[in-house]
Design a protein around this ligand. Structure first.
Ligand SMILES: Nc1ncnc2c1ncn2[C@@H]1O[C@H](COP(=O)(O)OP(=O)(O)OP(=O)(O)O)[C@@H](O)[C@H]1O
Ligand SMILES: [Mg+2]
Length: 197
């Protein structure tokens, strides 16, 4: 977790800045400086490649993070990151604090949480996204609720990979997934997956 964050914040951000500087340089070079421009472009694409490697490495580290911290802490950490990055308030309520869960279930719930929050950040125009994670009655329940524009029915029905993916993950573990919205009020995603004690 700390490693993933370090790589993201320190290396990822520096690479992004290097890439921007290269793009700036490429634009400022006089048109007749073809050799120089080719070199700058080559360096810029190396930076892009390195940015992609950083993403892959972070993605590979994530499951480890989940194992170390457990689902509840990983969700809290991720919500904190979203809040810092986007300014959208992301309160998290967890009950109980210590949920002993299967790896497959933790991973599925965490991925669904990431996809649902990414949707809030990208589409909702929300100022707040509240997250609830509860373990009760033999199931684990995740609710992600935002106060944004509200998802519309046709957006849920169309070939929506993100939404389909969340549904398939939940169903793959015998669970249920629902997304609904009210125009102008917000959207909520509810996931319930059975757990065996
Ligand atoms: N929280 C939300 N608020 C408003 N609209 C939403 C929200 N979540 C989803 N949507 C709408 O539902 C559509 C489908 O979402 P889905 O995650 O399936 O696809 P996507 O985010 O557009 O693309 P991707 O495949 O990268 O996830 C979105 O394009 C958006 O219009
Ligand atoms: Mg999406």
């Amino acid at each position: 977790m700390r490693i993933a964050r370090g790589i993201h914040d320190e290396i990822g951000q520096v690479l992004t800045v290097i890439h921007m500087e290269m793009a700036w340089l490429a634009k400022k070079l006089p048109k007749d400086q073809k050799d120089l421009k080719a070199r700058v472009d080559a360096a810029a694409s190396l930076a892009v490649g390195a940015i992609q490697s950083v993403r892959r490495i972070i993605a590979a580290l994530r499951p480890a993070l989940l194992c170390d911290l457990g689902l509840a802490e990983a969700v809290k950490w991720q919500a904190g990151e979203y809040q810092k990055r986007t300014g959208i308030k992301c309160p998290v309520h967890v009950d109980p604090d210590d949920m002993d869960l299967d790896d497959a279930i933790s991973t599925a719930v965490f991925r669904i949480f990431q996809e649902a929050s990414t949707n809030v950040i990208r589409h909702a125009k929300a100022t707040e996204m509240s997250v609830t994670l509860k373990k009760m009655d033999g199931c684990i329940e995740l609710v992600v609720m935002d106060n944004g524009i509200g998802v519309a029915g046709q957006e849920i029905r169309k070939d929506a990979f993100g939404i389909t993916g969340m549904k398939e993950r939940a169903q793959g573990l015998g669970g249920k997934f629902e997304i609904s919205g009210i125009p102008g009020k917000g959207t909520w995603v509810v996931v319930r997956i059975p757990v065996h004690n």
